[in-house]
Design a protein around this ligand. Structure first.
Ligand SMILES: Cc1cc2nc3c(=O)[nH]c(=O)nc-3n(C[C@H](O)[C@H](O)[C@H](O)COP(=O)(O)OP(=O)(O)OC[C@H]3O[C@@H](n4cnc5c(N)ncnc54)[C@H](O)[C@@H]3O)c2cc1C
Length: 280
C-alpha cells in the first residue's frame, strides 16, 4: 500500500469506443492495479467520446476497486447540463473530478457554453456542491498554446486555484526544468496545492508528434531524432521510450514531486515498465 509520505501515483484512461477496446481497457487496468494508484481518472469529450462513455468507464474502474475520477469540461455545456452531471456523480459516490475548460472539436464554431474558463467551472462546482468534490485542474509548464504569454497563463492558473482547486495535474513535458520553473513561479504567487507532473510514456512516434503539436508540449530535438531513426522498429521505440521517461520520472522524484500522473492511453506495458524501473 502507498503510505501518505510516498509520491501518489495516478493513472489516466479514456473511454473505449467498442467492446473489444473495453476488454483491452479492463485487462490493462487490472495489470496496472499492481501500481496501487491513489486514483484513476477518465477523460471527457476528448477524441469524440461522450458523457455516457466517461460515466460508464468510471463505473467499470470503480467496480475494479479503483477510486475513479471523471474529467469534466465546461465547453459547449449549459449550467443545467453540468449540474446534472455533478448530481449524477454525487449520487454514484464519486468524490473527485478533474475540472477543465476543454476544447471545441475543430470546425465546430459557435456555442462555447455558459462557462468560459476552467476557473468558472471550479467556482460553479464549489457553489453547487460545496466541499463534496476534490477538484483537480490542469497546469501547463510549457504554457497553454492559446495563452498570450507565460505570465498571463500563470495568472489564469492562479485564478483556478483561488476558485477552489485542491490539486493540479500538468500537461506532459520532457524537460524537467520547465516543470520546476512553473512550480517555483506558482509558489511565489502563493499557490500551495500539489502540482503533479503528467507523464506521457513514449510508444508511438507519429502519435506523440501529433499530440505534442496540438497541446504545445515540446518534444526535444534529440528525442525526435532518435525516434525518427528507429522508423518502424516498435520494440526499439518502446525500449528507448521507457528509458527516457524513467529518467525523467527519477529526476522528478529525486526533487520531491508530490506524485506522478501517467497518461496510460489505456495501455499497460510502458507505464508498468517505467514503474518497475523506478522500483517504487
Ligand atoms: C491533466 C489534463 C487533463 C485533460 N483532460 C481532458 C479531457 O478529459 N477532455 C478534454 O477535452 N481535454 C482535456 N485536456 C485538455 C484541455 O481541455 C485543453 O488543454 C484546453 O484547451 C484547456 O483546458 P483548461 O482546463 O486548462 O482551460 P483554462 O484553464 O480555462 O485555460 C484555457 C486557456 O484560456 C486562458 N484563460 C484562462 N482564464 C482566462 C481568462 N479569465 N481570461 C483570458 N484567458 C484565460 C488560459 O491561459 C489558457 O490559454 C486535459 C489537459 C490536461 C493537462
Amino acid at each position: 500500500m502507498t503510505d501518505s509520505t510516498s509520491p501518489a501515483l495516478s493513472l489516466e484512461f479514456f473511454p473505449p469506443r467498442d467492446i473489444a477496446a473495453q476488454e483491452r481497457l479492463v485487462r490493462a487496468a487490472k495489470q496496472m492495479l499492481a501500481i496501487q494508484p491513489r486514483y484513476v481518472s477518465v477523460t471527457f469529450g476528448a477524441g469524440g467520446s461522450t458523457r455516457a462513455g466517461t460515466e460508464e468507464t468510471v463505473r467499470t474502474l470503480t467496480n475494479l476497486g479503483c477510486d475513479a475520477a471523471p474529467h469534466l469540461s465546461c465547453i459547449g455545456a449549459s449550467r443545467e447540463q453540468l449540474r446534472d452531471i455533478l448530481n449524477h456523480y454525487r449520487e454514484a459516490g464519486v468524490h473527485r473530478v478533474v475540472a477543465l475548460r476543454g476544447d471545441l472539436p475543430s470546425g465546430m464554431g459557435g456555442d462555447a457554453g455558459e462557462l468560459r474558463y476552467a476557473s468558472d467551472l471550479v467556482r460553479f462546482i464549489r457553489e453547487e456542491t460545496g466541499d463534496w468534490f476534490h477538484i483537480e485542474v490542469a497546469a501547463y509548464p510549457e504554457m497553454h498554446p492559446q495563452a498570450a504569454s507565460p505570465t498571463a497563463d500563470l495568472d489564469h492558473f492562479v485564478a483556478k486555484v483561488r476558485a477552489g482547486a485542491d490539486a493540479a495535474i500538468t500537461q506532459y513535458f520532457f524537460n524537467a526544468d520547465a516543470y520546476f520553473d512553473f512550480v517555483d513561479r506558482a509558489q511565489a504567487r502563493g499557490v500551495a496545492i500539489p502540482i503533479v507532473p503528467g507523464i506521457m510514456p513514449i510508444t508511438n512516434y507519429s502519435q506523440l508528434s501529433r499530440f505534442s503539436e496540438m497541446c504545445g508540449a515540446e518534444l526535444p530535438r534529440w528525442i525526435r531524432l532518435r525516434l525518427a531513426e528507429f522508423g518502424d522498429d516498435k520494440a526499439s521505440i518502446r525500449a528507448f521510450g521507457v528509458d527516457v521517461v524513467t529518467e525523467l520520472c527519477q529526476t522528478l522524484l529525486d526533487n520531491g514531486v508530490p506524485g506522478l500522473h501517467f497518461y496510460t492511453l489505456n495501455q499497460s506495458e510502458a507505464t508498468l515498465g517505467i514503474w518497475k524501473n523506478l522500483q517504487l
